[in-house]
Write a protein of this length. Structure first.
Length: 378
């Protein structure tokens, strides 16, 4: 891996530049955090205890509304129905049976349903009811139990058996899989049933592997010298030959960023094909792409917008001033300078997005420039 480290920009300046990017640079909207629902005086008392620890919107019956609470819209069930997809997690103080009856018609998919945690009025139990792993209900239930000095009730098999879960690991590392649902089900069942599931990390990710929960997995240092296994999970953003004699699952961390410059009106299909070809030429998995970026003049470029929307990744925009701080380290085009006020786009954009870790050469073709970088979590 070739890393470009321009000597005319300091790490401190880079860090400041990256921090100055706001959520407005992204195309993905975020849900609100927590919504709490309570029906009784006891539930409201418990809600007030939680309010001092968790940032949340609290809803209750109209006759009980006071400072810090909002009234139900028509009824408890109607309010839950309206807010179900607007919050990352719902906290319901009351009986589990009532919560189940209210949310049952709203359930769609474990990949998208919000976390639901039910708490009894005395705060003795915080029950992870829905979306324990991907939604974060298990973690939230434990957090609430700690606040109330109660007991978290978690029933997911991997947690009960004290082994890691592939879906949670994928979320922790911001990973993607080609057949996520089936792979998670198979691997988690194998772990719960005591099967020997190995995990191999690409050498470029070796500094990360100790950060994540991999209980139950058997560490594999080398693919060609692995212990006896029933299955193997390979964590890599590179295209790796996995023609092994055991079931193998590829978990792809989203670590790649692409700085892109292009002429106005570039064809969207052409841009996508050039990007995919450039990723392939550098032996990278397409699913490893974390974000693309460009200069502010291109923030409304249809091809770039379509690319990020189709791949469901953020589109990060940089000002000319930001790019000018490091453009002198890269080859310049007088045509680009005359048009934009700076001599290049894709390289300084990728350099800022990856914090200086560029890889490969820059693609320059058909009015498009693409530079790749690898982002490393701090």
């Amino acid at each position: 891996m070739n890393t470009v480290a321009p000597d005319k920009i300091t790490r401190a300046m880079l860090h400041k530049t990256v921090l100055n990017k706001t959520a407005a640079n992204k195309t993905v909207a975020h849900k609100k955090e927590f919504a709490l629902f309570c029906l009784t005086a006891g539930g409201m008392a418990l809600a007030r205890r939680l309010q001092s620890h968790l940032a949340m919107d609290c809803f209750t019956s109209p006759e009980r509304v006071e400072s810090g609470f909002m009234a139900f819209e028509g009824s408890f069930a109607n309010t839950v129905r309206k807010l179900f997809t607007q919050y990352r997690a719902l906290i319901m103080i009351g009986a589990t049976g009532i919560a189940i009856r209210v949310i049952a018609p709203l359930l769609k998919d474990k990949m998208t349903d919000p976390a639901v945690v039910v708490v009894d009025e005395k705060g003795q139990f915080a029950i992870s009811l829905l979306s324990g792993h991907l939604g974060g209900a298990n973690k939230l239930a434990q957090q609430i139990a700690d606040i109330l000095d109660g007991q978290a009730v978690i029933t997911t098999a991997t947690d009960v058996n004290q082994v890691a879960a592939l879906d949670l690991l994928s979320r922790q590392i911001d990973g993607e899989m080609a057949d996520f649902r089936a792979s998670v089900k198979t691997v988690n069942q194998m772990l719960v049933n005591g099967k020997r599931v190995g995990i191999w990390w690409h050498p470029d990710l070796s500094d990360e592997k100790d950060r994540y929960d991999t209980r139950g997995f058997i560490p594999v240092d080398a693919l060609e010298d692995r212990p006896e296994l029933d299955a193997l999970v390979c964590v890599s953003y590179e295209r790796t030959d996995l023609a092994l004699a055991i079931p193998t699952f590829k978990l792809i961390p989203r670590r790649l960023v692409a700085g892109i410059g292009c002429r106005r009106g570039v064809d969207a299909e052409r841009l996508a094909k050039l990007l995919d070809r450039h990723l392939a030429e550098n032996n990278f998995e397409p699913l490893a792409l974390k974000a693309i970026g460009s200069v502010e003049l291109k923030k409304a470029e249809p091809a770039l917008i379509q690319l990020t929307e189709e791949r469901q990744i953020p589109f990060q925009i940089f000002s000319v001033k930001q790019l000018a701080r490091c453009e002198q380290a890269f080859p310049a085009s007088e045509f680009v300078r005359k048009t934009l006020g700076i001599g290049c786009v894709s390289q300084p954009v990728a350099w800022l997005m990856s914090q200086g870790h560029l890889v490969g050469s820059t693609l320059r073709e058909q009015g498009v420039t693409i530079t790749l970088g690898v982002w490393h979590p701090c």
